[in-house]
Design a protein around this ligand. Structure first.
Ligand code: PGA
Length: 257
């Protein structure tokens, strides 16, 4: 049984002090349950204040939105896995479509980032997803499996077991137009089949595949109760405590959990 995972990707929102008051407010509204794992991914500059506000025994995890693959060195403006580990991060988002499209991140860099995260015991959340043009030209599956092949290449089954995949169609990210449950499930099945063929059925059954792209309190239940959807990577709707809490409650309705 895969434990659902809900990740709040704050993107470039909230200062460190805003983050602390937001987390205090969120803690008053959230249902924290062992049935669903929760992770907050604030900007680097707010990781420490979120960590301190959550407290040392919090069940809510901390994630970063990016990292550099080297442990340290002359890489102005970059942040390493070691630095994130030292701030108690356990997850890191890698290859988000905004990183790929706005900052020119390529598959090779993404593969190195996945490797660096695993080496330092950070769990990568590898984002994949097609553009609207690619979907309309029936290239979704080829595109997504190509991104998986690049991002996961060379990983052992043990390494892969620490990886989460986030299927985020680019046309759904920040647009208010989420994929339908059927569209998401079809791609999730293709991702699982890719993992089964590259590693094993056991690896495929174990890997968590999140959906991301305009998840809202209104559509969360329909998406998150689908058997194939193991949680969500939430952008816009995680910035308001009420809507994030509602999405988490929706994930608790998953049958069999
Ligand atoms: P969105 O963003 O929920 O605002 O569409 C999702 C993401 O980018 O991870």
């Amino acid at each position: 049984m895969r434990t659902p995972l809900i990740v709040g990707n704050w993107k470039m929102n909230k200062t460190a002090s805003e983050a602390a008051s937001f987390v205090r407010e969120l803690l008053g509204k959230l249902t924290v349950s062992p049935k669903v794992e929760l992770v907050l991914a604030p900007p680097f500059t707010a990781l420490e204040s979120v960590r301190l506000t959550l407290g040392p025994s919090s069940k809510i995890g901390l994630g970063a939105q990016n990292l550099h693959w080297e442990p340290q060195g002359a890489f102005t403006g970059e942040i390493s896995a070691l630095m994130l580990r030292d701030l108690a991060c356990t997850y890191v988002i890698i290859g988000h479509s905004e990183r790929r499209n706005l900052f020119g991140e390529q598959d090779d860099a993404i593969r190195k980032k996945v490797g660096a995260a695993l080496k330092h015991e950070l769990r990568p959340i590898l984002c994949v997803g097609e553009s609207l043009v690619e979907r309309e030209s029936n290239c979704t599956e080829a595109l997504v499996t190509g991104q998986l092949a690049a991002g996961l290449s060379g990983l052992s089954a043990r390494e892969l077991s620490a990886v989460t995949i986030a299927y985020e169609p680019i046309w759904a990210v920040g647009t208010g137009r989420a994929a339908t449950t059927e569209q998401a499930v079809a791609v999730h099945c293709a991702i699982r089949a890719y993992v089964a063929s590259g590693w094993s059925k056991q690896a495929a059954d174990g890997i968590r595949i999140l959906y991301g792209g305009s998840v809202t309190p209104q559509n969360a239940e329909l998406l998150l109760t689908a058997q194939e959807i193991d949680g969500a990577l939430v952008g816009g709707a995680c910035l308001k405590s009420e809507s994030f809490a509602t999405i988490i409650d929706a994930s608790l309705k998953k049958p069999g959990h």
